[in-house]
Design a protein around this ligand. Sequence first.
Ligand code: DC
Length: 230
Amino acid sequence: MKKITIAIDGFSSCGKSTMAKALAKRIGYIYIDSGAMYRAVCLYAINHGWIDEDSIEEEALKGHLEDIKISFTIDPESGKQLTCLNGEVVEDKIRSMEVSSKVSRISALPYVRQAITDQLQAMGKEKGIVMDGRDIGTTVFPDAELKVFLTASAEIRAQRRYDEMKAKGEEGIDYDEILRNVKERDHLDMTREVSPLRQAPDAVVLDNSHLTYEEQDAWLLDQYMQAASE
Ligand code: DC
């Protein structure tokens, strides 16, 4: 089997990362969560008071992009991958509702996209990676040997997010608010000017609305086998 690049793109809360992580573990590839990097930049902007409901202090953010160092580490107990921002583990903070509701505006900024894209391309130089995001198969690795576009209905995605937050014991969560956030992010991700969420013409599409994890993992493994043996 040759070593390949696997790009998994699709709408928010489709389960891209669950699927990508499971495959990476199974075939011994490195998993990279590109959304976590945009979320970390957003958290940095929030922490510095550079973003509120309707404005971003772009000059400040642009001028400090070099100071934002994002890395990944493995939790020795759970084996889970954790995102670090300037050395601090921020895995939970980047998944908060506040970051989720502001990150689309951060990820629409061309200079943020360029900086993250450069880092992602450097991480994937050696192949043997599974990377998930919105523009991996179109912009980051347009030559990826396997491109998957994952989709599911907005209602099902909101319900999954709701269940996930509830399981974590988060308080005051509201399904309708989550659904609104999911739809708003779909819209922003698809309509932004730079690198919008688009299915690559050579991507294989999977709607996992009614699939079990086992079914989708088996489907993806099969796609990998075909792509890596071509
Ligand atoms: O996958 P996610 O929900 O963690 O992504 C967070 C945000 O980052 C989301 O608004 C889309 C954006 N994103 C992007 O624009 N390009 C990527 N390659 C990955 C994520």
